[in-house]
Write a protein that binds this ligand. Structure first.
Ligand SMILES: NCc1[nH]cc(CCC(=O)O)c1CC(=O)O
Length: 313
């Protein structure tokens, strides 16, 4: 097994990505003071596309491909990703060496004028580009004018502040990590606004054969978070989920039981199928698969077909 003499972490250039990579670098330096840790900034395809909704572009791994290529080439050792942005299937020679302890996974309602979703006037404009958020918003408030909002967190907040939207929806975790938690007007309840699989957790991706690195990363691994996100990602994978589809999954651990909630919705929010299942944390993968099979059979397939046809978009 090689001795690790230095660690190069690859990161996207957005303020959130850099903040996340820096926090992992700081943890590594604390745990292994003798190992120098440096960051390498990498532009991804997803970063270059700012004018169209991601759901219209398609292609998995928009934010990860270039970075993965560098891990495989050995120009970086490690990538720090928002787990939510990591496709369900990884390239064969790569693995997630650690899942760090999750921040609150909920979506945040952010507004300059209104205290909550319920306070929004009829027909108010709400910004988000996520099909899942759009469907969930329309499910409870069909009157809303949900319109596209892309860009990094700062850009989205700036557009809200400029008055383009009555409110926007963002992951609470991103705001918290950027020390912008004071911008969170309200947390959307996770049982009604089921977050995206992996939301709020960070994944450390590395070479599957790099046993020395994997051993070192174990120290950053949070097994409760890992069980939850394993179930969530298993669900997504088994429904064939991507950001093209309004679906969400959220696991929590209560008294040593893994509770998985999931949603499959139509893009217009009119149909929304929600289920909750419990199982042992050790069976997380199986729990996600079981949830997917059950929901697809109970009408999920028909709802997904609406997304595939692009109906009601
Ligand atoms: N899709 C972009 C993205 N990827 C991860 C986060 C937030 C941080 C996280 O979920 O860990 C965000 C921004 C958002 O959804 O508001």
């Amino acid at each position: 097994m090689r001795t690790i003499e230095q660690i190069t972490i690859g990161t996207r250039c957005s303020r959130l990505a850099v903040r996340q990579a820096e926090s992992v670098a700081a943890s590594l330096r604390l745990l292994f003071p003798q190992i120098p840790v440096t960051l390498k900034y990498i532009h991804t395809r997803g970063d270059k596309i700012v004018d169209r909704p991601l759901s219209a572009i398609g292609g998995k791994g928009l934010f990860t491909e270039e970075i993965e290529r560098e891990i495989l080439a050995g120009t970086i050792d490690l990538a720090v990703h928002s787990l939510k942005d990591v496709p369900a299937e990884l390239p064969v020679d790569l693995t997630l060496g650690a899942i760090t302890k999750r921040e609150p996974a909920q979506d945040a309602f952010v507004s300059c004028q209104y205290a909550s979703l319920a306070d929004l006037p009829q027909g108010a404009r709400v910004g988000t580009s996520s099909l899942r958020r759009k469907a969930q918003l329309l499910h409870v408030r069909p009157d809303l004018d949900v319109s596209d909002l892309r860009g990094n967190v700062d850009t989205r907040l700036r557009r809200l502040d400029a008055g383009e939207y009555a409110a926007i929806i963002l992951a609470a975790a991103g705001l918290t990590r950027l020390q912008l938690a004071d911008r969170i007007t309200a947390y959307l309840p996770a049982d009604e606004f089921i977050p995206a699989a992996g939301q709020g957790a960070l994944a450390l991706e590395t070479r599957a054969a790099d046993t020395a690195m994997l051993q070192l990363l174990e120290k950053l691994h949070d097994s409760e978070t890992a069980a939850c996100v394993t179930a969530e990602r298993s669900f997504s994978r088994h429904i064939g989920g991507s950001c093209q589809i309004p679906a969400g999954a959220y696991g929590t651990i209560q008294q040593n039981r893994l509770i998985l909630r999931a949603v499959i919705a139509s893009p217009d929010g009119r149909q929304s199928l929600c289920r909750s299942l419990a199982g042992a944390p050790a069976d997380a993968e199986e729990l996600g698969r079981h949830m997917a099979t059950q929901m697809l059979a109970e009408g999920g397939s028909a709802i997904l077909a609406l997304s595939a046809k692009g109906e009601n978009l």
